[in-house]
Design a protein around this ligand. Sequence first.
Ligand code: C2O
Ligand code: CU
Length: 511
Amino acid sequence: AAGIAGCGSLTREVAGELLSSAGRLPEPFRVPLPVPRTAVPVRTANGVDHYELVQRVADVEILPGLKTEVWGYDGSFPGTTLVGRSGRQIVVRVRNELPVPTSTHLHGGIQAPDSDGYPTDLVVPKGYRHDPASSGKGDHGHGAGHGGAMHVAPADWTLSQGAKEYTYPLDQPAATLWYHDHRMDFSAPQVWRGLAGMFLVRDDEEEALGLPTGDRDIPLMICDRAFDEDGALRYPSLEPSLTGTPGVEDAYMEGVMGDVVLVNGAPWPELEVDAARYRFRLLNASNARRYRLELEPGGRFTQIGSDAGLLAAPRSHEQLPIAPAERFDVVVDFAAYPVGSTVTLVNTLGEGRTRQVMRFKVARRAKDDSNVPSRLADVEPLRAAAAVAERRFDFRQTSTSDGTRIWTVNGKPFRSAEFAARPRLGTVERWRFTSDFHHPVHLHLAHFQVVARSGREPLATDAGWKDTVDVRPFEVVDVLARFSGHRGRYMFHCHNLEHEDMAMMANFQVV
Ligand code: C2O
Ligand code: CU
């Protein structure tokens, strides 16, 4: 499974290193879809809700009859879902009981730099000795990175002992966000082990629309994994036998993919549904796998929202290409199918097992007073003329003088103290991304609108406010980004988590 793919693979639709599971995998559509628990505040003071999440090791049943050790927020994978309201601040205290440092990033959230989960802003477990000169060497679960020392000045580490409070103002409209680990050099293995959860923001405007709610508003976190015979998660760096030497980047240059598709942490699950409208908040939480989602035997997704909020008006799609970290908020109307039939969510980029995602069983007729209005939210289309600056960022592979292949932004690997841009607070800039491969580019803080792909119209699925855009091989993607909310240091990077760990990241400073 550890072959090194050559350049010929750069234009493949599916790019990544496929890890095969050992042992027997369950038949698809046997396990019921789990829905992660919603967090309740531990207290509320002065209009601020306080939550507590504990990162810990837990044994969970993912493959029927087997135990899998995960690293989870509250010991679950996915973590507990956090639900906030637009304009109402919440504070999340994350306590780290894992054997390794962590950093928690609210992806799509507009928060101050010290609550943004910067890769070197770590919560270290009690008794952990952090050595900035050789960060992570010999750590339980080697990352894909080169060791933070190469990228981070010793003075640039911020360590919180045992726990850290993250403050989220939620000064942003209703949206489907998510949170996940962002530790320097180790995001990929740590997310793979389970450190990811959903974070929903609601608001009054959205609630007035009459969209499906309650049991018919369901987050679907999709990600792939591979397993050992005994149920343990497989990841190349955890297995010297797969890579020769742990930490050798070549084995996962293109990112790591597994052969088991999980939805909300369950393999190819099934959900019984009423013959009614459902709202699904689709998130691709995979390290590297891209999906093209379709419904079989046919059907359409009514897209109501994108990464960072609702669309101005719904859009209907037969296919949803979704890259790592992207979200699609969709409505599917099961009244279009006969009671007793099944509808399968498939991934038409996958083959064999990875072509299946999950199945819906239309169980009964039911009352449905939801609807999808033709106007959803105010989305101000950004005008190209509003951009006060234009910048170009090339996401590509480079070789160092000793021949090591590395992933870079504009030819440079990440340096914590360098800035690739200094946008002014409150302005809009045009950022142009080019790439040699599939790189899902994510900006912290700034939401953006995709305005062109290689000089042409963006994809139908690019609409709305986004925070992640899939830049496809040899494509030129133009976005208009708005830098608002906070000054300070933020980052942008490729969200293929192995690429991210291989330092395909850069900083910008909002001034
Ligand atoms: Cu979802 Cu910087 O990450
Ligand atoms: Cu990438």
